[in-house]
Each structure stands twice: as structure tokens, then as C-alpha cells.
Ligand binder design. Structure first.
Ligand code: SF4
Length: 349
């Protein structure tokens, strides 16, 4: 579809210390879940080699993800290695923030440019139900402050909105971050993977989220800040900052999707909703030289035709009476049963 390869999201672990039901439901990712064995994980040297090869093919931005990437020991060393690659001009990290405060400045010193923190509520009880842990909301807020102070700005805040769980917190989150340096983004709940039990009626459409905020503070649309930006941007008319909305379900953005994803064990994925990835580790550990790996990546990307979210919205008409969401969600139900999609925690959102 003529989309250039610009962004690489690198998952450095499939493990996480939270159990957000929309990503890693405890009943699936329980005590006996088989996470990737350490020996199967790409080493920092292997990750850097792939990043160096793929940057020669156009990748400019790298985002480190997980699971929870800060669970991978010595991540600063990887950041330093990636920061040394010509052509990579932006290194970002997506984290749940629980381990960010003590690491923010050393990550910045190593060459990290920006951080996105996943935070789904400010109310302790809602935070706990969205993360299914008795987790430390306070530590996440400390992490956000530490990231700002370390210059990892603008710190972006990602809030996944689920109807009946945290949708009543949309306005309070907006109020908290208005006028601050952080940029709050609302994410439509997505049918990622196979285990989150996604249902149509739990999606809060972008339009509804924006309408709730506009009741309090008028907004005006902003242009995208770069090619392939996933969030649509909205500024508060009174100048107190901006918000974003990531609307993969109701307004798919596959036409502008310039992202590839590398799993922690070296499989390259060309879509968040992919069913299979392409093994690069065998080449890395099997004596493949850089040009063989480069042509393999080229082969994978040039054959890419992924547009899952777009197809989701075209496939079937919605079930009668579905409020506010078009046919996308209904057909996704059917598609997901058939396909067996990769888990988001495995390729890092
Ligand atoms: S559904 Fe796939 S192709 Fe579409 S925007 Fe998401 S990752 Fe890109």
C-alpha cells in the first residue's frame, strides 16, 4: 500500500508486573503462564544489530515496549547502544510507570528522548480494577514527575477507556492534566490478541470522549505533528494544553501506518493485530550477514498489506441497535474468533 517503514516498536520482554484485563488478563497470564525463557530473548547486541540494519531501510523512530520494558535489567545500556545508531533520531519508551521514578534520569542520560506512561485512572479503586493489581498508583505519578524533571518531555499519558469501568473518569483525567506539560491521550478499547474478552458495547467511541470533554472545555482540532501519528490532536481553546484520541475502532488509520514491531524473541510483526510474525532470530544466530537480514526485512515489509482496523470497519454491518459504533466492532468479533491474533503484551501495543 505504498507505506514507508518509519517506526520500529521493540518489545524487550513479555513480562509485566500489572495485569490490565484489556491486555494481560490474570486468568490467562496467571502463575503458571509460560513467559519467554531468558535464553530465547534477543540480547541487547542482537536488538541493536536489527535496529542498525532496519534504520538503513528508513526507520527513524524506535519505541521500547514490553510487557513492561523496565522489568528488563540494564535497559539503559540498550538505550545507549540504540542512541549510537546513525539515522535513529527519536528513541521513546512506553511504560506503566511503576518503576520509572528511580530510572528516569539514567535513561535520559543514556539517550532516551521521550516517555509514554499508561495510566487509566487517578482514582485508586478504578486504577486497581483497570490494572487488576493493588498496585502503586502513587509510584506511577512519581514516575511521571521524574520523567518530566529528567527532560523526557513531552511525557504522554495513555488512558484506555472501557465503558462501565473507567469511562466516568475521562473528565477528571482531563482536568488533572490540563495546563500541565503532559499530553493526555484517550485510547479506544481494542480487540487486540485473543484473551481480553473484548466486547462491542465496552468501546467508548472517540466522538463520545471528545463530547464529554467539550461540555467542560471547548476544543479545536490540531494538525498531526508527524507522519503516521496515531493520535488525533485537540487543543483546549483557552490555551491550557492539548489532548489526543487514538481511535483504531471507529476511525481506523491504517493508510498512514508506518510501524513494524519486533517481539522480544526476534519475530517481526507488520500489524498489531497480526496472526504471525517473521523469525529474524534464526538469521541473527544462524550466521546470517547484515545484507541477508536486510533483504529479509525488505521482503517482509514490501509484501505487507495489513489494514486490520480498516477491514474491521468494512467487513460486516453492525448488529441492530449498537450505540455509536459502526460495523467495525461486530465484524471484529467474528474475525478474532477465526484468526488467533498475537497478544499485545507480546509485541508491545
Ligand atoms: S491495524 Fe495494523 S495496519 Fe492498521 S494501523 Fe493498526 S497496526 Fe497499522
Amino acid at each position: 500500500m505504498g507505506r514507508p517503514l518509519r517506526d520500529l516498536r521493540i518489545s524487550v520482554t513479555d513480562r509485566c508486573n500489572l495485569r490490565c484485563p484489556y491486555c494481560m488478563p490474570r486468568e490467562v497470564f496467571g502463575a503458571d503462564y509460560q513467559f519467554i525463557d531468558r535464553s530465547e530473548l534477543l540480547t541487547f547486541e542482537e536488538i541493536t544489530r536489527v535496529a542498525r540494519i532496519i534504520s538503513a531501510q528508513g526507520v527513524r523512530k524506535i519505541r521500547l515496549t514490553g510487557g513492561e520494558p523496565l522489568l528488563r535489567a540494564g535497559l539503559e545500556r540498550l538505550v545507549e547502544m540504540l542512541a549510537g545508531i546513525d539515522g535513529i533520531d527519536d528513541i521513546a519508551l512506553t511504560t506503566n510507570g511503576t518503576a520509572l521514578a528511580p530510572l528516569a534520569s539514567s535513561l535520559a542520560d543514556a539517550g532516551l528522548d521521550r516517555v509514554t506512561v499508561s495510566l487509566d485512572a487517578l482514582e485508586e479503586e478504578v486504577f486497581r480494577s483497570m490494572s487488576d493489581t493493588r498496585g502503586p498508583l502513587a509510584r506511577v505519578l512519581e514516575g511521571i514527575d521524574a520523567a518530566r524533571e529528567a527532560g523526557l518531555a513531552p511525557v504522554k499519558i495513555n488512558m484506555v477507556v472501557r465503558r462501565g469501568v473507567n469511562d466516568h473518569c475521562v473528565v477528571s483525567m482531563a482536568e488533572h492534566f490540563r495546563g500541565r506539560a503532559e499530553v493526555l491521550r484517550f485510547i479506544e478499547y481494542m480487540d487486540v490478541g485473543e484473551s481480553n474478552g473484548w466486547r462491542l458495547e465496552q468501546v467508548v467511541p472517540a466522538g463520545e470522549i471528545l463530547a464529554a470533554i467539550e461540555q467542560r472545555w471547548p476544543l479545536e482540532a490540531l494538525a498531526a505533528s508527524h507522519e503516521g501519528e496515531v493520535a488525533s490532536r485537540w487543543a483546549y481553546c483557552d490555551g491550557l494544553g492539548e489532548i489526543g484520541v487514538i481511535h483504531s475502532v471507529t476511525q481506523p488509520f491504517c493508510q498512514g501506518c508506518v510501524r513494524a514491531r519486533l517481539s522480544a524473541e526476534g519475530r517481526l510483526y507488520t500489524c498489531l493485530f497480526a496472526r504471525r510474525g517473521h523469525d529474524l532470530r534464526a538469521l541473527l544466530r544462524g550466521g546470517g550477514n547484515d545484507s541477508q537480514i536486510a533483504s529479509r526485512i525488505n521482503q517482509i515489509w514490501t509484501a505487507r498489506a495489513d489494514r486490520y482496523s480498516e477491514l474491521r470497519s468494512l467487513r460486516q454491518p453492525p448488529e441492530a441497535g449498537d450505540p455509536g459504533v459502526d460495523g467495525a466492532a461486530a465484524s471484529a468479533q467474528a474475525a478474532r474468533q477465526a484468526a488467533g491474533r498475537v497478544e499485545m503484551s507480546y509485541i508491545g501495543g
